[in-house]
Write a protein that binds this ligand. Structure first.
Ligand code: UDX
Length: 436
């Protein structure tokens, strides 16, 4: 089947490459000529493990191509995916749907064959109805259906998530569209990936509900970590102990500096807007957003405490290891490191940093921070070394070398990467999250 993927950003590119790998004939479309040009030259616009290889092999096999020409790209496509961004609208947190609707208009203007138009972008409940209305108006007489098919891809693990999903959610009441989507996902179906068919509105809401629930889980364990520190308990044991209950589950219970990234912060806000619009409050999600926001700055204050408090912190030096919101990505969107660096700068602390992939994107977001070439260079003269993001490169640090270059052997491990007794045995003062 020919598949058109409109929007060659993170989701469109990963999904397009994986569909091509299934054997479909995929055209990825984007209106940014520079992006398409570099994709045609084999250069990926994002850092995602395995993506460059997957793209290269499918381009070579003739199943994957890139173009800025939407009318040509969607010609004869059985499924046309909309995978453009839905950023937070400035000011009110509503999802900005202007890109989605602009694509719907353009697709409608050029749709000449039967096709299922599928929203993969994360869109508020009811967006599919509006896409359908736009298409009906723009393409009278053409047979089409509009389906919702949310993505659940984690950055850094997106290809694995696509090929081995917990579930595939498809929202449409149209039997023809369901059959066509079954065909699109047939290779996964054969691997027994569960496919859940729902109404379009339920499918749209599933995406937001899933992300909001995961944000709740993370925030719950983060607050529990604060309590653990006060009462002398260990949050990792608490997480393990509750996670063994099958009703709770062990995943997404790692305490840390708060969630960031391209999805949770924006999607929780958009969900709250929907709740407000429908006068159906989501108070738990409201609290989660507030708690998570304040946590990021609180982590900066935790570092200041490790330096001996605000009175003595001024003029001291801190090294931040890891800046991206999580490892294996260069994404800095809503990364806790931004608020931490700002809190430290506000307190007069000098900050250096190292991140394996994110420094270029991070630098303009934290202009006062000096970027260094590796963890040890960042730690030179530091009064505290802070692990902000758990890149593999920081999981086996050479503590002797770190101690030699640093001004003081103090570590603040915001991801609980290390065993406290191991680090202390190396002569370090060690602070972590939710552990005595
Ligand atoms: C998320 C969802 O997992 C994915 O299904 C959805 O499609 C997009 O949003 P992503 O943003 O790539 O994916 O990252 P994820 O691995 O979910 O982590 C999100 C944030 O939560 C990160 O800042 C991470 O550090 C934090 N996190 C995650 C924790 O602090 N603790 C955890 O236990 C898990």
């Amino acid at each position: 089947m020919k598949i058109a993927m409109v929007g060659s950003g993170y989701v469109g590119l990963v999904s397009g490459a994986c569909f091509a790998d299934f054997g479909h004939d995929v055209v990825c479309i984007d209106k940014d000529p520079a992006k398409i040009e570099s994709l045609n030259a084999g250069i990926m616009p994002i850092y995602e493990p395995g993506l460059a290889e997957l793209v290269a092999s499918n381009v070579k096999a003739g199943r994957l191509s890139f173009t800025t020409d939407l009318p040509e790209g969607i010609r004869d496509a059985g499924a046309i995916f909309i995978a453009v961004g839905t950023p937070s609208r400035r000011g009110d947190g509503h999802a900005d749907l202007s890109y989605v609707y602009a694509v719907a208009e353009e697709v409608g203007a050029h749709l000449a064959n039967d096709a299922v138009v599928v929203t993969k972008s994360t869109v508020p409940v009811g967006t599919g109805d509006e896409v359908e209305r736009i298409l009906k108006e723009a393409a009278p007489g053409v047979r089409f259906a509009v389906a919702s098919n949310p993505e659940f891809l984690r950055e850094g693990a997106a290809i694995g998530d696509f090929k081995r999903p917990d579930r595939i959610v498809i929202g449409t009441d149209d039997e023809w569209a369901r059959d066509l989507m079954r065909e699109v996902y047939r290779p996964l179906f054969l691997n027994r990936a569960p496919i859940l068919f729902t109404s379009r509105r339920s499918s749209e809401l599933i995406k937001y509900a899933a992300n909001a629930f995961l944000a709740v889980k993370i925030t719950f364990i983060n607050e529990m970590a604060d309590l653990c520190e006060k009462v002398g308990a260990d949050v990792q044991d608490v997480a393990r102990g509750i996670g063994m209950d099958g009703r709770i589950g062990s995943k997404f219970l790692h305490a840390g500096p708060g969630y960031g990234g391209s999805c949770f912060p924006k999607d929780t806000l958009a969900l709250l807007k929907t709740a407000e619009d429908y006068d159906s409050p989501l108070r738990i999600v409201e609290s989660v957003v507030k708690v998570n926001d304040s946590r990021k700055r609180a982590m900066g204050r935790k570092v200041i405490d490790a330096l001996g408090g605000a009175e003595v912190a001024r003029g001291k030096k801190v090294a931040l290891l890891g800046l991206t919101f999580k490892p294996n990505t260069d994404d800095m969107r809503d990364a806790p490191s931004i608020a931490i660096a700002q809190t430290l700068a506000d307190a007069g602390v000098e900050v250096s940093a190292y991140d394996p992939e994110g420094m270029e994107v991070a630098q303009p977001l934290m202009p006062a921070v000096t970027m260094r070439g590796n963890a040890y260079a960042a730690a030179e003269g530091a009064d505290a070394v802070v692990i902000v993001t758990e890149w593999d490169a920081f999981r086996a640090l050479d503590f002797k070398r770190l101690k030699d270059v640093a001004n003081a052997p103090v570590m603040v491990d915001l991801r609980n990467v290390y065993d406290p007794s191991d680090v202390r045995a190396q002569g370090f003062t060690y602070h972590s999250v939710g552990r005595a």
